[in-house]
Design a protein around this ligand. Structure first.
Ligand code: FES
Length: 275
């Protein structure tokens, strides 16, 4: 078995490519697995989302099926071209849009694409910058996030507030999903549980965000003087430790919620009422 000492030393050039010009990495572990899996999963997610967004149909299950279920990709549905009954808010813009999902997706996409965790994941998987710790960059130059367009990633801390607004809307959607119009008023169906799981996953993802940790504990010099903020910061910090898990879980749940509403709306099956 060879050890790191057996490997011929690689000269290090100040300002040179990490890992040396000829040796990409000295790592022997399967470091490429994680970026490869990320590449496949994120590619599938983006492909599904683009497909779903441009369907512009089957995103709402309404009174004809005694339900009030809207896909999270299409909420809030506030343009004139929304399906009848899908307007879930007081604000209705009387525009025509190629698909209302362009509004529904805008806030979450801004938040998710600038997330510190996802940045790490997609810089490694897609940009190869770098593909892994102690692995040479796929690019000759490294400018980090100091220039356009990547400098725009710094808006993440503001995107957090946008995401909170979206969470409120999607939570209202989840609550409304317990309305079973024309079928006894209120009740619990699989669809209402799916939309609830989506709202819960999104809250956990946003509350575990690094920006939320800063909101709760930032600019505090002495926690002893701000016990409530200290408590909040400790709770958020506990969630923050598993932010990556929440990032993936919430991503999968959004897809499941959209697919579920889509299949019920398309008439593949009816949403089972549990009680
Ligand atoms: S760091 Fe991931 S959502 Fe903020």
């Amino acid at each position: 078995m060879s050890t790191i000492e057996d490997v011929k030393p690689v000269p290090v050039t100040i300002g040179g490519v990490r890992g040396g010009p000829a040796v990409r990495t000295l790592r022997r572990d399967p470091w490429w697995k994680s970026p490869a899996i990320t590449f496949v999963v994120l590619t599938l997610f983006v492909a599904y989302t683009v497909w779903a967004v441009f369907q512009n149909a089957d995103y709402f299950v309404g009174i004809s099926q005694h339900r009030d279920l809207i896909s999270p990709l299409y909420s809030p549905c506030i343009v004139g071209s929304c399906l009848p009954g899908a307007h879930g808010t007081f604000l209705v813009l009387h525009w025509w849009m190629i698909t209302p999902a362009l509004i529904g997706l805008s806030g979450p996409a801004l938040f998710r694409s600038t997330c510190y965790y996802y940045r790490k994941a997609y810089y490694r998987a897609f940009w190869q910058s770098p593909p892994g710790c102690a692995v040479a960059d796929g690019h000759k130059r490294y400018t980090g996030e100091t220039r356009f367009p990547l400098i725009l990633q710094n808006i993440h801390r503001y995107a957090w507030y946008v995401a909170i607004g979206w969470n409120v809307i999607l939570t209202i959607d989840a609550v409304m999903a317990y309305r079973l119009p024309g079928d006894g008023g209120i009740g619990v169906s699989v669809g209402s549980l799916v939309l609830t799981a989506n709202a819960v996953a999104l809250w956990l993802y946003s509350l575990s965000c690094h920006a939320c940790r800063h909101v709760t504990g930032g600019h505090v010099n002495e926690f002893s003087r701000t016990p409530i903020r200290h408590r909040l910061w400790k709770a958020v910090s506990r969630l923050n430790a598993i932010h990556m898990q929440f990032a993936w879980i919430s991503l999968f749940v959004v897809v499941i919620a959209d697919a579920y509403v889509r299949m019920v709306a398309a008439g593949w099956f009816t949403d089972p009422k549990l009680f």
